[in-house]
Design a protein around this ligand. Structure first.
Ligand code: GLN
Length: 538
């Protein structure tokens, strides 16, 4: 029997209150006190994982080392905790049902009627415990996606109720995140939505142990008292979560509100040491006091929804802070880059072509690469962005005008980007791409090796297409060098143009491994190159 303690984080009133950030911030504080903590997310939708979801609907799909396609909140968990997550850290309704239904087909229920309670709830509880049973963690924080009261979330909430009952109040607590809106016309903060939300949770048989209230203005003692009274809570368990300048302020704000101390008291755990947040504060100091500024053009297809490139945006925040440089990102729709391309992007200090799928916007991305290459503007291509760089080089330098990726043009005479052999027989979607961490050997004379200060790295992947190795010679001779190779399969993972201040294309997703404590070396290098380029211009 594991002795891990469990914290559940539920949400009420509305979605998007920031359960992920609150969970990550609490985890950070507990970690900084000396506890080993992990965070898992349970999502109530029926997709087996978010891998098949359109980024417009759900934001970026985050990939773990072990190749799970997960919710973007796992990115926050890793960025805050600096500890990798895994397949077990994200579970959906679809995955739970899939398991139970497969077992039913295997005859495991011995003729019983299979029901939401107890079979689905039992499977949910089993998954609540999976990470605890590894023995690696003192505390498991579980974020329940969606809002209390949603039809979809009911089995999860019921499972939390049962779990708390079975494990005991000293081992399991529930933190409920709600909203205390400010009504401009009344000039007041309103507690009613919070009261309703707590009542809703209570009707499901769960008494929250702590309330975290999102608010635009400070909560007075009177308001806290009122909320506490309606919620059966001590006043010091009503925690204010005021809007912050950056998400990275939230751990410090939660520390001020003593969220970590309340949690430890409720779970009967010692406070251990004062949280050591020195490096975190140093990062915040640099982030908030930049000495320079650069403008980066981010060329992508899903630019209307910034969450679609969440990890890239965060990686720039980390890399900017290291360089004490404010990084402004201009999100540019690739479809628009069919004319006036030079005028639109040549003034930026750096150009990043984003990952993506499908034909839409592909030619615009190629046009962006051409400007970056010809005008020696620092360039960073990620996954599809790297593939665009390879196609552009073929068309404009190797004199292969019809070169393409077979994803966009299956009958191209020059498939410089082609589907990987092992992908050709796959018909199922979801979990079937080349996923997760793979090693990469880097040329020691490359810009990448200098940035990483290493020649052997491991990075995460999510793609079906690859650089076609039949063209390696041609590229190398013409100056685009495959400097990063998978030592096991020979797949090309990084290309660089040596005669360029910073032209780096990577088949993997470096953004997924950038954290506050370990800003990603390639982002740091790209920001530095953009900074130098901007100084040269002025
Ligand atoms: N669509 C490309 C592939 O599957 C790139 C994927 C990506 O950018 N993540 O290879």
């Amino acid at each position: 029997m594991s002795s891990s303690k469990y914290i559940f984080v539920t949400g009420g009133v509305t979605s998007s209150l920031g359960k992920g950030i609150i969970s990550a911030s609490l985890a950070k504080l507990l970690q900084a006190r000396g506890y080993s903590v992990t965070i898992q997310k349970f999502d109530p939708y029926i997709n087996v994982d978010p891998g098949t979801l359109n980024p417009y609907e759900h934001g970026e799909c985050y990939v773990t080392d072990d190749g799970a396609e997960t919710d973007l909140d796992l990115g926050h968990y890793e960025r805050f905790l600096n500890v990798p997550t895994s397949q077990d850290n994200n579970v959906t309704t679809g995955r739970i049902y899939f398991k139970v239904i497969s077992e039913e087909r295997q005859g495991k229920f011995l003729g019983k009627t299979v029901q939401v309670v107890p079979h689905i709830t039992d499977e949910i509880k089993k998954n609540f415990k999976a990470l605890g049973q590894t023995g690696k963690f003192d505390i498991i924080i579980t974020e329940i996606g969606g809002c209390v009261g949603d039809i979809e979330a009911l089995p999860f909430i019921e499972a939390v109720r049962q779990f708390k009952w079975e494990m005991g109040d000293r081992n399991v607590i529930v933190i409920h995140l709600t909203l205390v809106p400010y009504l401009k016309s009344a000039g007041e903060l309103k507690t009613k939505p919070t009261q309703h939300s707590v009542r809703n949770l209570s009707e499901s048989g769960i008494q929250p142990d702590i309330l975290v209230c999102r608010t635009e203005f400070h909560l007075s003692q009177d308001i806290r008292k009122k909320i506490a009274l309606f919620s059966n809570l001590q006043q010091n368990c009503v925690i204010e979560s005021i809007d912050a300048e950056t998400i990275y302020d939230v751990p410090l704000l939660m520390k001020k509100e003593k969220l970590d101390i309340r949690v430890l008291q409720k779970l009967n755990l010692e406070e251990k040491q004062e949280p050591n947040l020195d490096t975190w504060k140093e990062f915040l100091g640099k982030l908030k006091n930049p000495t320079s500024e650069i403008n980066i053009a981010l060329i992508g297809k899903y630019v209307e929804l910034k969450d679609a490139y969440k990890s890239i945006a965060e990686a720039f925040i980390h890399a900017g802070a290291v360089n004490e440089c404010k990084v402004n990102i201009e999100w540019i729709q690739s479809e628009k880059l069919l004319e006036n391309v030079y005028e639109t992007i040549a003034n930026y200090d750096g150009i990043l072509v984003a990952p993506g799928f499908g034909e839409r916007g592909f030619e615009g991305k190629i046009n962006a690469v051409k400007i970056a290459r010809e005008h020696k503007i620092p360039f960073f291509g990620i996954c599809l962005g790297m593939q665009c760089a390879v196609v552009e080089f073929a068309r404009n330098v190797l004199f292969l005008p019809e070169a393409a990726s077979t994803e966009m043009n299956p009958s191209t005479p020059d498939p410089v980007i082609d589907m990987m052999e092992e992908q050709k027989k796959i018909t199922q979607k979801g979990g079937t791409m080349r996923l997760g961490a793979f090693p990469c050997q880097i040329d020691e004379n490359s810009k990448s090796a200098k940035a990483y200060q290493s020649t052997l790295i491991s990075e995460r992947h999510r793609h079906r297409y690859e650089f076609n190795s039949n063209y390696k010679e041609k590229y190398t001779q013409a100056g685009m060098i495959p400097v990063g190779i998978n030592p096991e399969t020979g797949l090309v993972e990084i290309v660089e143009i040596q005669e360029h201040p910073w032209f780096v294309g990577v088949q993997f997703h470096p953004e997924l491994k950038s954290t506050v404590l370990n800003p990603h070396p390639l982002f740091v290098g790209f920001v530095r190159a953009a900074l130098e380029f901007s100084k040269l211009k002025n």
